[in-house]
Design a protein around this ligand. Structure first.
Ligand SMILES: *Cc1c(COP(=O)(O)O)cnc(C)c1O
Length: 463
């Protein structure tokens, strides 16, 4: 063992070897040094662990090639596309909404060339980035005005900072939510400089609870969509209309953190609990905040829609600059919103809506196609099974969508090991382990992605 350790060369000596010097010329001194250090460290660990170690010929072309491959791997992007076979359509860890081709084209166009981001082309004077999509949002939601920021969390913070700093915000104990990433409404209210006044109980809050809590320091009644959980049973909450009336009588602002934000009614697809933005505004809510990359199906963005006088104030807030949306997201958002305008049918144009509205029979065809390709492989079997898909992104926690999965079994690998292999491939495939098997849900996969899945399974079958 010690003699093997003594045979491990010095990095500086290796750098002199002609094959390795060629790698240095192709890449950089630092990268080769670092790759050599990692290689030698791994060998040293193996030797010390008592394993039988075959030392490579450090002077060979083959060793230099392995080194080059190692460096090449580190040069690949860390952030890269994966295949979402989880059955969760809006998966925050997988980047949420896929963008429509129109949105991608808009990002290309605006990214590649200068734009009128902050230039008014009619007057030649300075314009505002906030103007480009405002009229569209108003048209699609019935809002008087709208402001777009970096994400929904930023929208909530800005709305509270701009209307309730140093004053009270009344919220129901049943709606003090935490969404992912430790975004907790009570903490966000505190950070905005407002003071939270909790009312009611976890399961029941009455209009009188809100009314009794209002004092001269109160600025806002805050509703939030309890988007990632549901309290069932003995529950009640006042209607938006009732809250709106109270807010109007007491000169308060009624705002709602909606999270997902749908622009069209999704109840035909069995998704009943996701209120449409236009209906919320119609009920008298003054401001609603929602995400761009959840059910709307666009890029990361946060939209504040509602009363023009309040939004005019938010536009002047000194911290708006820190929360502003970037031009590529804005381009994608505008293009996505345009897909909702007649004569377009957003269900067939916005990928998130396509995925959730796709007829089960089409999902089944995709599953059968994948299973048929696997049939010819050695050591891998696939079966087509009904499954439940979810919208995700914090929306519609209880309502599942009918789906079809391909359950894959590999003779030589445990389900976990098979999942690891698929996740570790050139195009990582993310499935889920369910009932002790690996399931690939076909509602969140597109036909275009099938060949990559077939190739990955094929490589596992033959290896
Ligand atoms: C998702 C969500 C947010 C945060 O939205 P981001 O766009 O991720 O910042 C806020 N509130 C609710 C209710 C949500 O569901």
């Amino acid at each position: 063992m010690n003699s093997q350790l003594r045979h491990l060369p010095q990095i500086d000596t290796l750098l002199q070897q002609p094959p390795i010097a060629q790698v240095v010329a192709a890449y950089s001194h630092e990268e080769v040094r670092s790759a050599l250090r990692l290689t030698l460290d791994a060998l040293r660990d193996d030797i010390l662990s008592g394993a039988a170690v075959d030392l490579p010929d450090f002077t060979s072309e083959g060793f230099a090639r392995t080194l080059a491959d190692r460096i090449e791997a580190t040069r690949q992007p860390n952030l890269r596309p994966v295949i979402n076979a989880t059955g969760i359509i809006i998966h925050t860890n997988l980047g949420r909404a896929r963008l429509a081709p129109e949105a991608l084209q808009a990002m290309r166009d605006i990214g590649a060339r200068p734009s009128n981001l902050e230039l008014n082309l009619a007057t030649g004077k300075r314009g505002s980035r906030y103007d480009h999509a405002e009229a569209l949002i108003c048209q699609l939601t019935g809002a008087e005005a709208a402001l777009i920021v970096n994400n929904c969390a930023a929208a909530v913070v800005l709305a509270l900072m701009g209307t309730a700093s140093g004053r009270k915000v009344i919220a129901s104990r049943g709606e003090l939510i935490e969404i992912g990433g430790s975004f907790r409404l009570p903490d966000v209210i505190a950070q905005s400089g407002a003071v939270l006044k909790e009312v009611g109980a976890t399961n029941k809050t009455r209009l009188s609870d809100y009314a009794d809590a209002v004092d001269e320091d109160t600025a806002v009644l805050l509703k939030s969509h309890t988007s990632n959980f549901r309290i069932v049973g003995f529950t009640s909450a006042p209607s938006r209309t009732a809250l709106a009336q109270l807010a109007a009588e007491r000169d308060l602002i009624l705002m709602e953190d909606l999270g997902s934000g749908v622009l069209i009614d999704l109840s035909p697809f069995g998704l009943r609990d996701e209120p449409v933005v236009a209906d919320i505004l119609k009920a008298g809510v003054d401001l609603v905040m929602f995400s761009g990359d959840k059910l709307l199906g666009g890029p990361q963005a946060g939209i504040i829609a509602g009363r023009a006088d309040i939004i005019a104030g938010l536009r002047k807030h000194p911290l708006l600059r820190a929360l502003r949306i970037d031009k590529l997201s804005l381009a994608a958002l505008e293009a996505t919103l345009r897909l909702y305008l007649p004569p377009h049918d957003p269900l067939s144009r916005v990928p998130v809506l396509q995925a959730l509205s796709q007829p089960l029979a089409e999902v089944e065809v995709r599953a059968q196609k994948l299973a048929a390709s696997v049939e010819v492989m050695n050591g891998v079997t696939a079966s087509v099974t009904p499954s439940a898909a979810y919208v995700g992104g914090g929306s519609l926690p209880q309502q599942d969508l009918e789906s079809v999965s391909v359950v894959v079994v590999c003779d030589a690998l445990s389900p976990e090991a098979l999942g690891d292999r698929l996740r570790g491939g050139v195009v990582p495939i993310i499935g889920r382990i369910h009932h002790g098997k690996l399931w690939l849900d076909m509602r969140t996969v597109t036909d275009d992605e099938l060949p990559d899945i077939v190739a990955a399974l094929g490589a596992i079958a033959t290896s």
